[in-house]
Ligand binder design. Structure first.
Ligand code: PLP
Length: 406
């Protein structure tokens, strides 16, 4: 008899986005003339930078000619892209990462979801709350948790984000083997200083743990003091893996390109205590289950590092950052306390009531859609997330309406 992976039955159905959609459609039915401004979903709205489009077109033309046609590429990604990444994203910032430690992929979602496969089933996992749900759900699927009770899975060490700690979780009270961190954070927009990351690196080194560092939003960092990579911290090469994405950096959410950095010095152990390189395990996994990102997409991603490309990417991110600044200022002026919106496209707002009540208020009175914080974990209750991914005109309109509504 064929049987299912019963761990899937423990997964909590995510009602978040379907609930949001249901409330929007009921609002639209009752207010057909009212235009809604959507500041809920974390998807970009501006087109690809011109340099990426040009490189993309040129690479498609290459695929159409016998002399330049490409079949399967290297599973780990083309050298031209991996070398640019190593130089521009790491070495220029003093992080000692080489091209052969970089694995190109089609998304940080799949990489952050798939990475847990290379670790044992019975390790202890520390996951922040509130959180990007992929980290949690993929560990549930793999059988690392018990059932979900009162919104929390058994066997997960939750790292609480609270107003008191500024949504930067403290070190776990019980030993953790695998730790998920994300800065700048989705959903809270919080960023971590070098000092904070250094404490986590020290913890991981002392406990023979590994940190999975999701830096999908690093391009939004403008503050010189904030690290873009965990590899800017001494000692991180032995205990950390980092995830990056062109999705938010360069508008690639629909184009798909990302990468994961697994330093060759990053190790984990067998039950007998024998050391093994996570780089070789991930390389084995990646080349067995993945066949590479398309050549034109990798050429488009490479253009991010060209002279024109880097200027265009900066302009693109600055556009969203201006939106974020405006949202944060307006909400603060209205008396709401906010995290994020600086070095981040997300503004995390204490709604002073429950998440869904505040969501309904903004929808029904202002025609503005946000995301209720409770959808990201128990600690998100009472908060909402507003995203800066929209046009400046729409953000201005949304803020004007919220001002009148509250
Ligand atoms: N990591 C975080 C924290 C995200 O918020 C997202 C997307 O919203 C991703 C990863 C996914 O990135 P990608 O589009 O590269 O799959």
């Amino acid at each position: 008899m064929i049987r299912i992976n019963e761990h899937y039955l423990k997964l909590q159905a995510s009602y978040l986005f379907s609930d949001i959609a249901r409330r929007i459609s009921s609002f639209q039915k009752n207010n057909p003339e009212r235009e809604i401004v959507k500041l809920g979903i974390g998807d970009v709205t501006r087109p690809l930078p011109e340099a990426c489009i040009e490189a993309f077109h040129a690479a498609v033309d290459e695929m159409g000619m016998e002399s330049t046609f490409k079949g399967y590429g290297p599973e780990q990604g083309y050298g031209f892209l991996r070398e640019k990444i190593a130089e521009h994203d790491f070495q220029k910032r003093g992080a000692n990462i080489t091209a052969d430690e970089i694995f190109i992929s089609d998304g940080a979602k799949c990489d952050t979801g798939n990475i847990q496969e290379i670790f044992a089933a019975d390790i202890s996992i520390a996951i922040p709350d509130p959180v990007y749900p992929v980290y949690l759900d993929t560990n549930v699927m793999a059988g690392r948790t018990g059932i979900c009770k009162d919104g929390r899975y058994e066997n997960i060490l939750y790292l609480d984000g609270t107003t008191e700690n500024g949504f930067i979780p403290d070190l776990p009270e019980r030993p953790a083997d695998l730790i998920y961190l994300c800065f700048p954070n989705n959903p809270t927009g919080a960023v971590a200083t070098k000092g904070i990351l250094a404490r986590w690196v020290e913890y991981a080194r002392e406990n023979k743990a590994v940190i999975l560092f999701d830096a999908a939003y690093e391009a939004f960092i403008r503050d010189e003091e904030i690290p873009h990579s965990i590899f800017e911290i001494d000692g991180a090469r032995e205990v950390a893996i980092e995830f990056r994405s062109y999705s938010k950096t360069a508008g690639f959410t629909g184009t798909r390109c990302a990468y994961t950095v697994v330093p060759k010095t990053c190790m984990a152990y067998t039950s007998g205590g024998e050391k093994h390189s996570l780089h070789s395990l991930w390389n084995r996994r990646h080349s067995t289950k993945f066949n590479g990102v398309s050549y034109p997409v990798q050429k488009a991603a490479e253009a991010v590092y060209s002279e024109e490309g880097s200027v265009q990417v900066k302009v693109l991110i600055d556009y969203y950052l201006e939106n974020a600044k405006l949202i944060r200022k307006e909400m603060t002026d209205l008396g709401y306390s906010c995290v994020g919106g600086i070095n981040s496209p997300y503004i995390w707002i204490n709604g002073k009531t429950d998440s869904w009540k505040f969501f309904d208020l903004l929808l029904n009175k202002a025609g503005v859609v946000c995301t209720p914080g409770a959808g990201f974990g128990r600690c998100g209750e009472g908060f909402i997330r507003i995203s800066a991914f929209n046009s400046l005109e729409n953000v201005q309109l949304a803020m004007e309406r919220i001002r009148k509504a509250v």
